[in-house]
Design a binder for this molecule. Structure first.
Ligand SMILES: [Zn+2]
Ligand SMILES: [Zn+2]
Length: 115
């Protein structure tokens, strides 16, 4: 099964299947979602987290501009806010066992499309 992640607003492909296949998507515990049972405490996670090792360059550039501190991530096409990164606060997940991965995408702003 292959997936793409699109901007909900303009349908621009944010992450293509090659990027996702490289374990791009992590859960709140920084694990690849396929072998995870993280944070059963929350009924539904609002965010997905991205693996820093395989971020596409448009995200990486944004983080570099902010010097790996914190900021928001926007759709490169329509400029709607789709996520954020935070290398400063060190926020924990809801079960308080793990630090959240620093880069997240808001689930309600994207469509995960099976292709
Ligand atoms: Zn967009
Ligand atoms: Zn947790």
């Amino acid at each position: 099964m292959f997936q793409e992640i699109k901007c909900k607003k303009c349908r621009h492909t944010l992450f293509n299947q090659d990027t996702i296949k490289n374990n791009l998507i992590l859960n709140a515990h920084g694990e690849t979602t396929e072998n995870s049972n993280a944070c059963q405490v929350i009924p539904e996670e609002k965010n997905i987290f991205l693996n820093e090792d395989c971020l596409p360059s448009w995200v990486k550039n944004k983080i570099e501009v902010e010097e790996w501190s914190k900021g928001r991530i926007y759709c490169p096409k329509c400029d709607s806010r789709i996520g954020a990164f935070d290398y400063v606060s060190g926020q924990k997940c809801n079960c308080l066992n793990n630090l959240l991965p620093p880069v997240h995408i808001i689930k309600s702003k994207i469509d995960i499309v099976k292709i």
